[in-house]
Design a protein. Structure first.
Ligand code: DQA
Length: 167
């Protein structure tokens, strides 16, 4: 079964009490529970983590590149500051989806730049915890597409020792 890492950055452990008018009353534990439930429907497995430390997030992104089929990340404030996260994400060959609870493009100017976005296949922002569920659904579709592509490539590959057909 495909494993999806869902990584959360600083202060997201405070959801529920942190600026509820912006981030809602749902806790990170609520979102995690919902992700596990939804992943089971999609036949995916979720490894859900949160850290307030940039280096720990870098190590988890590296771990994801070895163990996960896909990566969903809400890097919190590091989204807007961290070249270290960008560099780690660039090493990942798996699909990456960026999630934000709030719509970062409707907020302060400094939140409107993301170091994660250039590495991501897609971005979901402004839909609260529901964005994580949408990201999982999208990840399932991306993985299916990747598998179909791989099968097609394997099918069209010429048998060993023979030249490939040139059409
Ligand atoms: C956030 C948006 C960031 O700008 C902020 O620093 C966060 C949360 C979001 O999910 O909306 O910590 O990533």
């Amino acid at each position: 079964m495909s494993i999806i890492f869902i990584l959360n950055g600083p202060n997201l452990n405070m959801l529920g009490t942190r600026q509820p008018s912006l981030y809602g009353y749902e806790t990170l534990a609520d979102i995690e529970k919902d992700c596990h439930r939804h992943a089971a429907v999609l036949d995916l497995m979720v490894d859900f983590r949160q850290s307030n430390y940039e280096g720990e997030l870098v190590s988890w992104i590296q771990e994801a590149s070895r163990k996960a089929s896909g990566l969903i990340i809400n890097a919190g404030a590091y989204t807007h500051t961290s070249v270290a996260l960008l560099d780690a994400l660039l090493l990942n060959k798996q699909p990456i989806l960026e999630v934000h609870l709030s719509n970062i493009y409707a907020r302060e100017a400094f939140r409107q730049h993301s170091y994660v976005t250039p590495t991501a296949s897609g971005l979901i922002a402004g839909l609260g915890g529901y964005g994580y569920r949408l990201a999982l659904t999208a990840m399932g579709e991306l993985l299916k597409k990747t598998m179909i592509l791989r099968e097609e490539q394997a099918h069209h590959r010429a048998p060993a020792g023979r030249a490939e057909r040139s059409e």
